[in-house]
Design a protein around this ligand. Sequence first.
Ligand SMILES: Cc1ncc(COP(=O)(O)O)c(C=O)c1O
Length: 366
Amino acid sequence: MKPLARKVLQDLSVYSPGKPVEEVERELGIPRAIKLASNENPLGPSPKALEAIRNALPHLNRYPDSHCFYLKERLSRHMGVGTDQLIVGNGSDELITFAARAFLEPGDEVVIAEPTFLIYRIAAQIAGAKVRVVRSKEFRYDLEGMRRALTPRTKLVFIANPDNPTGTYVTRAEVEEFMKGLPEGVIVFFDEAYAELVEAPDYPDGREYIPHHAVIVTRTFSKAYGLSGIRVGYGMSRPDLIGSMQKVREPFNVNSLAQAAALAALDDAGHLEATRRLLREQKPLLYRALEEMGFRAVPSAANFILFHAGPRAVEIARALLKRGVIVREMLAWNLPEHIRVTVGLPEENQAFITALKETTPNGRFS
Ligand SMILES: Cc1ncc(COP(=O)(O)O)c(C=O)c1O
């Protein structure tokens, strides 16, 4: 049969997300699965966001505000950028595709790291761009290597900071070195999906580079704010770059419940602090447990941990699944010996540790 899809789609695999809890429960007959696979906030959404969603429900007969006026006003104050420097997306994922659609011509080059968030490559390939991959070193972005990978055809560089699936971050000093004398015509996209959760003092805020460089910075309500399911994220940049991304946006890309929830979530500093506190308490416990079991874990600045589980990592992840604990095997990232686990509630983390101990007595899968 003659293929009807565009040529660039023929070799492209479909992004495979973490399994939803309901699917695991249904397929394995497990009553209460624990999901530690998608870097979500285990505390749930802020009660203020839930109330705002309830209040917005009776108005669902109306289209949402296409321009997210109130949310942008609020974000403008919150982030100290103009409303013309903001764009809101159906998750920050959508802003990645906006950037690819708005700035990439077929044949342009995009520089990404490996391993990193998979959507950059997919978005670039769909746009017909050539993807140059720079391997990270010890699971940290090699910004020097990425700098060397720039050519006169480079249009976009994606920097996940912190990175997913590693959880590592690039420091202010490293970014400053990278930005120095960056050739004109290169857009640097800082994906800061986990920024609100980072505690490191040398973690740079991509916003600082907006006045002097072609930089796009994205943030999301999916992680720290516990609103993954409603899909809302935002991008910040120079007004001209934002203007180009606005042109490729669907008119009603952010639904009205998402706009209401995001607005309310920004007012709930307590919920954000509770999320950060949970991480501060639980992440060290997980690291200690992994170390005691003999697993090497990558130091993470975010709400998940990547660890080396050995040649049978995929089997281990599947054995954990059978015990009702959903973690992420890393085949899609070409890391067949690793597992990524999201930091959950104390009892969820304990259940993960217990299940991991049971499946790998003496640090070995049996
Ligand atoms: C680095 C990174 N960027 C972006 C996203 C997408 O988040 P959103 O839910 O805002 O689309 C994720 C989600 O896992 C991520 O890890």
